[in-house]
Design a protein around this ligand. Structure first.
Ligand SMILES: [Zn+2]
Length: 64
């Protein structure tokens, strides 16, 4: 994965971010299988948390 840079609130400067990704499967309230992909970005210098993104994807392997 390519590195990104963003403003680190801890360093108060632009820093390279380290991205970690985790995927978990859940069932929503209507019984649909969904996949939640969470990207977490941490500052390379201080290790502090900068931001995260949740992406909800319908699990196509389950099918409808
Ligand atoms: Zn930092």
């Amino acid at each position: 994965m390519e590195s990104q840079t963003d403003h680190c609130p801890h360093c108060r400067a632009n820093r390279t971010l380290i991205c970690t990704q985790s995927v978990r499967k859940e069932t929503d309230q209507t019984g649909k299988k969904v996949r939640i992909r969470t990207l977490s970005f941490h500052c390379e210098v201080c290790g502090g948390f900068v931001r995260s993104e949740d992406r909800v994807e319908i699990d196509k392997k389950i099918g409808f």
